[in-house]
Design a protein around this ligand. Structure first.
Ligand code: SF4
Length: 372
């Protein structure tokens, strides 16, 4: 996995569904962001000023981010006004740059020309899936080729490329989402976000859920799929900067969340699984003859190793019984490693193919195992 580089502080400004040509089947940005309407300039300035309170030296940079809509789908004048407003903060030295999320089919030469002269650092595209049937089922209105082309254009202009993808979409499968991950990795993005599909009130997906036409992934299956993608991107040195939606009081209250694998610490659940897999990997290697086991991890990874309510601890204790288990924090280790009785293991040591062998058969993997 890539080294944990300092990440920028993101100061988000939510523009719910602004600039979208239609509403994708899974989307209800008002429910996700908790924002009901397009904010006026005063509210945007207030949101940025409020977000700047979290600036710290621990962060590499501070960026204003326009999220929750299709930024380059907005009217040209509106794009300019938002960029002008954000640039004032950059000119004042309070912010280092701008980023935004947009649909892949908005990335064309004319729209990219609009950005010239503005301090835009990164562009995030909502790819969601690289499978044409899944995109059609979601009513996305763009193709996998749109995403490939957008990625090439963004990189050619020198912007950092972020890619957002989802698992558990209508017509999606574990195989299709993993194949999407392989295609996304081939775009060489600078970072990736992975979201399990949730069912929000007011979305087309909610209607399909009510009629039984759509069934969301369970939490366990969603964690497993995202884990495999996380390992895949890690193998390619592509940072996964978010797994699962940011927790919020609104999501936790489930006011607008009808169904789906929401967990306030979804990314932590994924990492717990990876740490358990690493311990199992070493134990299964036959290199540890003793039954008394000592595990060492960086202090910041102790909770990932122990797992939610100590479930990893209990699983490992059952596996080594009647041996004893000791867990020790060790600051000399990197945060993604575990040492089992002196045997080092990192996520890159896990065999994604065998990790996946307990799931459904994946015939396509025969063709792409080299890139995994
Ligand atoms: S998913 Fe993105 S493009 Fe689709 S409606 Fe929501 S904000 Fe717009």
């Amino acid at each position: 996995m890539p080294a944990a580089a300092k990440r920028p502080l993101i100061v988000p400004v939510f523009l719910p569904q602004a600039g979208c040509p239609h509403r994708c089947a899974f989307c209800n940005q008002n429910a996700i962001t908790g924002i009901a309407a397009f904010p006026d300039p005063a509210s945007i300035q207030a949101a940025i000023t409020s977000g700047l309170r979290f600036r710290s030296r621990k962060r590499a940079a501070t960026q204003i981010a326009f999220y929750g809509g299709n930024f380059l789908g907005l009217a040209v004048e509106r794009i300019r006004r938002l960029l002008d407003l954000a640039t004032i903060f950059v000119d004042q030295g309070l912010v280092d740059g701008i980023r935004f999320s947009t649909r892949p089919d908005t990335i064309d030469a004319a729209r990219l020309d609009l950005l010239a002269g503005y301090p835009v650092a990164a562009i995030e595209i909502g790819v969601q899936s690289m499978h044409a049937a899944v995109l059609r089922a979601c009513r996305r209105g763009h193709t996998p080729e749109d995403s490939r082309r957008a990625a090439r254009r963004i990189k050619a202009r020198g912007y950092l490329l972020g890619v957002q993808m989802m698992v558990g979409l209508p017509d999606d499968t574990a195989q299709r989402s993993f194949a999407s991950g392989l295609e996304i990795a081939a775009m060489e993005p600078d970072f990736v976000r992975i979201y399990p599909t949730l069912v929000f009130r007011g979305s087309r997906l909610a209607k399909w859920f009510e009629t039984g036409a759509y069934t969301p992934l369970g939490l366990e299956a969603a964690v497993r799929q995202v884990k495999h993608l996380c390992l895949l991107f890690g193998r390619q040195n592509i940072p996964v900067i978010r797994m699962g939606l940011q927790a919020s009081a609104q999501l936790d209250a489930r006011t607008d969340l009808v169904a789906g694998p929401y967990h306030p610490a979804f990314g932590h659940l994924v990492w717990e699984e990876i740490f358990l897999d690493m311990v199992r990997h070493v134990l299964a290697s036959g290199k540890i003859p003793e039954t008394d086991i000592e595990l060492r991890v960086h202090p910041r990874s102790v909770s990932r190793l122990r797992g939610y309510k100590n479930r990893n601890t209990q699983t490992i204790m059952r596996a080594i019984a009647p041996g004893n288990l000791t867990m020790l924090p060790d600051e000399s280790l990197d945060t993604e490693a575990v040492v089992v009785n002196g045997q080092y293991c990192r996520p890159a040591d896990l065999d994604i193919l065998s990790e996946r062998s307990s799931g459904p058969q994946m015939p396509f993997l025969k063709n792409c195992s080299e890139s995994v």
